[in-house]
Design a protein around this ligand. Structure first.
Ligand SMILES: Cc1cc2nc3c(=O)[nH]c(=O)nc-3n(C[C@H](O)[C@H](O)[C@H](O)COP(=O)(O)OP(=O)(O)OC[C@H]3O[C@@H](n4cnc5c(N)ncnc54)[C@H](O)[C@@H]3O)c2cc1C
Length: 409
């Protein structure tokens, strides 16, 4: 197929955020081009976990049957400080189940969904520059197989992930003085691949037995294997002084017996994660950053697929407005307060001795951990009016009022 020279909406990056945006924009009747540097299917470093909030977005996209044909789980089994708690997904306004699908498959399916909705796909094309005239982006320059070409656009959605190279060209700045994550994952065969719980080890210990500010996870994939990973939190002031791949290998060995792990850890990879809206310059008059590019990642658990899918839907609602005003306002309205309190709490956990002091007390209480799952798992929706939701929102309002640089500014 020949590459189009111009389009109404150009989406750069076909991860969950970009593919969702392209699908919704095409379903809105617009001309859409969805471009990516990779050729699909492609891998992406991730835990592959789909929380109920991500499931809700996949269901909105019409993918319920597809998701349910994969493994489904009923909640989180939290381990640590001598306790194991089984915490069911709370349900309410969100689906009451989660899943885990390897990103090689999930992202390919989401991209195909966008193409079936009417978007035109361009693969193997790396965005390297933007042509800006009168403050508006008029076109994006791509490189493919030694060739350089431009796609002109009326509107641009930038969904190019953690490092956001195109976002950088447009002035995106990542603030690492706010908490971020260093995380890695691998795949291991397991006799517990059909376990109906995802597992997190909140007492993550390094090779010297020291407690680290982060957690380890084992997410069953239902195909004979599990996704095993570990993530630690860091800030410029308190950088993560741990090599993530050796830590992950150590974690796999620690869990080998209880999770029936067998054979080698395959495909170990690691990445940094901007979190909690800790980026500035996320929009211009006719362009907007979404997903990881806009640091839409939960500071308390590192999940970002749900925010990516949601952001891809929300940005299409405001495409005909001045995005430099409406997009930061939309993100602040939906995520500002919860990101502010969540990153404040995550920042506290990076302080040595805080986790060893608070962890055991938290894990002794089912009630506290059920609340924590809801707050930490992005499972409070705008519609929820119960006490736990009201307390979370109150804390968020208090927190954002104290921020010297609120999320997305
Ligand atoms: C170790 C780890 C574990 C995680 N576990 C989970 C989890 O279990 N659940 C969860 O919800 N989230 C998890 N996350 C976060 C999640 O992976 C991201 O939040 C999510 O992938 C964000 O989606 P996105 O569409 O914004 O970006 P991406 O999925 O990164 O997609 C970006 C796309 O942009 C393309 N691209 C990049 N540069 C260019 C360019 N110059 N030109 C063209 N295309 C370009 C890339 O090829 C890619 O396809 C984890 C992250 C890490 C690092």
């Amino acid at each position: 197929m020949t590459t189009p020279q111009r389009t109404d909406v150009l989406v750069v990056g076909a991860g969950p955020a970009g593919s969702a945006a392209a699908a919704w924009a095409a379903r809105d009747g617009r001309d859409v081009v969805l471009a990516d540097a990779a050729v699909f299917p492609r891998d992406k470093t991730c835990g592959d976990g789909l929380t109920p909030r991500a499931i809700g977005e996949l269901e909105r996209l019409g993918l319920r049957d597809w998701v349910r044909a994969h493994t489904v789980n009923k909640g989180l089994r939290a381990h640590g400080f001598g306790q194991t708690l089984e915490l069911e997904w709370p349900g309410g306004t969100l689906p009451d189940y989660g899943s885990a699908v390897a990103r090689t498959e999930l992202d390919d399916h989401l991209r195909t969904t966008a193409l079936k909705s009417g978007a035109l796909g361009v693969e193997g094309a790396k965005a390297v520059d933007a042509r800006i005239e009168g403050g508006r982006v008029r076109g994006v320059t791509f490189q493919r197989d030694g060739e350089t070409f431009e796609i002109e656009c009326e509107r641009l959605i930038v969904a190019d992930g953690v490092r956001s190279p195109l976002g950088k060209v447009l002035g995106r700045e990542w603030h690492k003085d706010t908490v971020y994550a260093v995380a890695g994952r691998c795949y291991v065969d397991s006799g517990m691949s059909d376990d109906p719980w995802i597992s997190s080890h909140l007492e993550l210990r390094g090779e010297q037995g020291e407690i680290l500010s982060g957690y380890g996870w084992i997410f069953p994939l239902g195909d004979g294997s599990v996704n095993v990973g570990a993530g630690t939190l860091a800030t410029t002031k308190r950088p993560a002084e741990v090599a993530i791949k050796p830590l992950m290998a150590h974690y796999v060995e620690q869990r080998r017996t209880d999770f029936q792990l067998s054979g080698e850890a395959r495909m170990p990879t690691s990445a940094l994660l901007p979190m909690g809206g800790a980026v500035s310059n996320i929009a211009g008059p006719n362009w907007a950053l979404i997903g990881d590019a806009a640091a839409c990642v939960n500071p308390l658990n590192g999940e970002g697929i749900d925010y990516g899918l949601e952001g891809g839907r929300l940005v299409v609602d405001v495409l005909d407005t001045d995005l430099s005003v409406t997009w930061p306002a939309t993100l602040q309205e939906h995520y500002g307060e919860s990101f502010s309190i969540a990153r404040r709490l995550a920042g506290v956990v990076t302080v040595p001795r805080v986790l060893p002091a608070l962890g055991p007390a938290g894990m002794r209480s089912d009630w506290l951990m059920t609340l924590a799952l809801r707050w930490m798992g992005n499972l409070v929706t705008d519609e929820d009016a119960d006490r736990a939701a009201r307390v979370w929102r109150w804390a968020g309002r208090r927190s954002i009022a104290l921020d010297h640089r609120p999320p997305f500014t």
